[in-house]
Design a protein around this ligand. Structure first.
Ligand SMILES: *Cc1c(COP(=O)(O)O)cnc(C)c1O
Length: 361
């Protein structure tokens, strides 16, 4: 068996300890004589799994008791629809468009009401986070929406926007649990699991209770109402049970690492190593503006498409996988989520140094 250093943006690397535990429990979960995959979601064993997962997440994030934790499905994409269907009570919302996923969410919201784009960084191919300290917030807006970490462009909000009292809704798919956050500053925080938490198929939403109401967009399907899932503690229908089980193991792993404060330190250390190298490199150029850089996704180019392709190919052969950049930026992207070790980033930087020596003109 040999594992590579996996820099894929998602689905992405998971802690090896978690995968080993899951492997050990594959055929017989804690004396039940079956895999969690084969188990009724109404069983006592699964009830413990989902309740512990929720409690561990609450402990990690410091989620106040007036917020619900929902385990949902449909990817981050379904939230692009569920959010306006459930939260646009007055038919208006403000979107800050800082990348592909924020743009998708904004366009989807426009199907349900008036979705304003109140700030954008499209003018420079989403390479920065605009100043959001004094935006033209619509008086009628039900919420202000951001994508907190822009997975494709490698940018991140380091300061939350001034929403002028409106509820903040954030897609944190690619920065979930990467640093401590103040949950009370948000009305809704959500993310797909497959970037930083677990397997694809699970979406976690942390939502303030008063936002969960029967009053939703007309004809909203039962499955797309937050209330349906909140009232039944995420067990209205069969949840993505195995995925929730793995997420739960990742939460316990994060606790063993010392919680989000410690994880943040490690993430900053990894990012500092990689950006530090990039900033002095005479071959590689980072693409995001310095003040907007993401701690999770690091984008860089050589300026020569053929050389970029050669780099990705040679890195792959050296056990550094998933470094090809998204087509809208080109070049390379190293995703250095929680489960990527410092050793992995050191290996990447070492490889880049060798490549630079061989190819610098
Ligand atoms: C990957 C990603 C998405 C899309 O997720 P799906 O689960 O494929 O719908 C949305 N937002 C962000 C920030 C992402 O990184």
């Amino acid at each position: 068996m040999s594992r590579v250093f996996n820099f894929s943006a998602g689905p992405a690397v998971l802690p090896e300890e978690v995968l080993r535990e899951a492997a050990d429990e594959m055929l017989d979960y804690k004396g039940t004589g079956m895999s969690v995959m084969e188990m009724s979601h109404r069983s006592g064993a699964f009830d413990t799994i989902i309740k512990e997962a929720e409690q561990d997440l609450r402990d990690l994030m410091g989620i106040p008791s007036n917020y619900k934790v929902l385990f949902l499905q449909g990817g981050a994409h379904l939230q692009f629809s569920m959010i306006p269907m459930n939260l646009m009570k007055h038919g208006t919302a403000d979107y800050i468009v800082t990348g592909h996923w924020a743009e998708r969410a904004w366009k989807e919201a426009a199907r349900y009401g008036k979705a304003n784009c109140i700030a954008s960084s499209k003018d420079k191919n989403y390479s920065y986070i605009p100043d959001c300290s004094d935006l033209p917030i619509d008086e009628e807006a039900d919420y202000v929406y951001i994508c907190q970490n822009n997975t494709i462009y490698g940018t991140q909000f380091h300061t939350l926007p001034n929403t002028k009292g409106k509820d903040l809704v954030a897609d944190v798919s690619s920065c979930f649990l990467s640093e401590p956050i103040d949950v009370e500053r948000y009305g809704l925080i959500y993310g797909g699991a497959q970037k930083n938490i677990g397997p694809a198929g699970v979406v976690i939403a942390v939502i303030r209770e008063d936002l969960i109401t029967e009053e939703v967009y007309p004809q909203t399907p039962t499955m797309l109402k937050y209330k349906t899932h909140a009232d039944k503690d995420s067990l209205y229908n069969t949840p993505p049970a195995y995925g929730i089980y793995i997420c739960g193991k990742v939460f316990k792993w994060l606790k063993r690492q010392g919680g989000l404060g410690e994880i943040e330190k490690k993430n900053h250390q990894k990012a500092a190593l990689l950006y530090g190298y990039l900033d002095q490199s005479r071959l590689f150029v980072p693409t995001a503006e310095k003040s907007s850089r993401s701690y999770m996704n690091v984008d860089f180019v050589t300026g020569d498409k053929e050389l970029d392709a050669q780099f990705v190919k040679e890195a792959e052969a050296a056990g550094l996988s998933g470094l090809k950049g998204h087509r809208s930026v080109g070049g390379m992207r190293a995703s250095i989520y929680n489960a990527m070790s410092l050793k992995g980033v050191e290996a990447l930087v070492g490889f880049m140094e060798e490549f630079e020596k061989a190819h610098r003109k």
